[in-house]
Design a protein around this ligand. Structure first.
Ligand SMILES: [Zn+2]
Length: 354
């Protein structure tokens, strides 16, 4: 059996039929946006389109047999450029930042190759200006292997948290305005309103819907090892609400971190007496991993709040700063910092900023 990185697509039959038609008649847009709930398979479908565009057997649905098709499935195709949100490069020099972004993306792809059932991106990661510059550079290079190159930007709304997001947006806009003839760009998002209207207006939208419970169940039974059974299987199917990604993400660990993050935010709203108690309750020296997970969950909540505020036209500065503070605390948490103290300082900052 061939070692294939990507799992087959489950469900989405009507969508695949439509996409195959667009590919066969070369009508697939040069700049597309796949929109739909988290985890429904937007990026997986975009990879299928990329496979079809790069397939050596001609326009249409991917043949699944040729060298290009295998390379896409193994995430090894030189003309497929998959941009996923990554931690912000630390280098000061812009050129070094781009090089660092390329390295981080390479690591992220290596991770996907070894475990294609990836999780929802962590709270801190984003498409920084350096990533968009890297994309710009790659767009201007001629394809290595065939006649086309495909760019996939997953969770495209993750540009919002950057202070430099306007600059990143402008750089992306430049690419979208005049992509080279040989280039196709597919962005995916579950938060289309978090994209700047100028960017959104350049993209041809496609809605990706949920799949049926039976499809989620079939995926879990066939693709997980060991597969969940009985009540555990059914509860995961139920919680997934038609999203295979959600079925994969639902885990005890995530729930615990989410509860800890909610408790902290709740305490922050109640004031110092309340959040200092939560900070003191943080396990001091052990469970460093738990602490990082809590901060991740906290970042996800702040990010969701940011998106809501952006949609409502609210002031974002305090929230952006709060998110940066969480990011800093998470970096510190990797080192020899006292989590109780770090959490107390963070809570004080959040009370001021939110
Ligand atoms: Zn092929």
């Amino acid at each position: 059996m061939l070692a294939m990185s990507l799992r087959p697509i489950y469900g989405h039959e009507a969508m695949l039929h439509r996409l195959a038609g667009a590919l066969a008649s070369s009508r697939f847009p040069q700049a597309a946006l796949f929109v739909g709930p988290p985890g429904v398979g937007k990026q997986r479908l975009a990879l299928w389109v990329a496979q079809g565009l790069l397939c050596e057997s001609g326009p249409g649905a991917p043949c699944g047999e040729c060298r290009s098709c295998h390379q896409v499935l193994d995430l090894q195709h030189p003309d497929l450029h998959w941009f996923v949100p990554i931690t912000r490069p630390k280098a000061g020099d812009p050129d070094k930042q781009v090089a660092e972004a390329e390295e981080l993306l390479g690591e992220a792809m290596a991770g996907r190759r070894s475990d294609p059932l990836y999780r929802r991106p962590e709270g801190m990661v984003s498409h920084s200006l350096a990533c968009i510059r890297l994309l710009q550079r790659k767009v201007s290079v001629t394809p290595f292997q065939g006649h086309k190159k495909v760019f996939l930007v997953g969770d495209a709304d993750r540009m919002i948290v950057q202070r430099a997001s306007q600059e990143a947006a402008n750089a992306l806009l430049k690419v979208l305005e005049e992509p080279p003839e040989d280039t196709v760009l597919i962005l995916t998002t579950s938060e289309p309103h978090a994209l700047l209207p100028t960017i959104r207006s350049r993209l041809v939208p496609t809605r990706v819907g949920r799949v049926g419970d039976s499809v989620v169940r079939a995926f879990l039974e066939r693709e997980l090892d060991p597969p969940p059974e009985g009540a555990a299987l059914e509860s995961r199917v139920l919680l997934a609400e038609g999203s295979i990604g959600r079925a994969l993400w639902s885990s005890e660990e995530g729930d615990a971190a989410g509860r800890a993050a909610d408790a902290l935010l709740d305490a922050v709203r109640k004031g110092p007496g309340s959040w200092s108690r939560v900070a003191l309750a943080q396990t001091p020296w052990s469970a460093r991993g738990d602490f990082s997970h809590t901060l991740d969950a906290l970042a996800v909540r702040l990010r969701d709040g940011l998106v809501e505020r952006a949609e409502a036209g609210g002031e974002l500065r305090g929230w952006l700063e709060a998110l940066e503070r969480v990011e800093e605390t998470r970096a510190e948490a990797q080192g020899n910092v006292n989590p109780q103290l770090a959490l107390a300082v963070l809570a004080g900052d959040l009370e001021r900023l939110l």
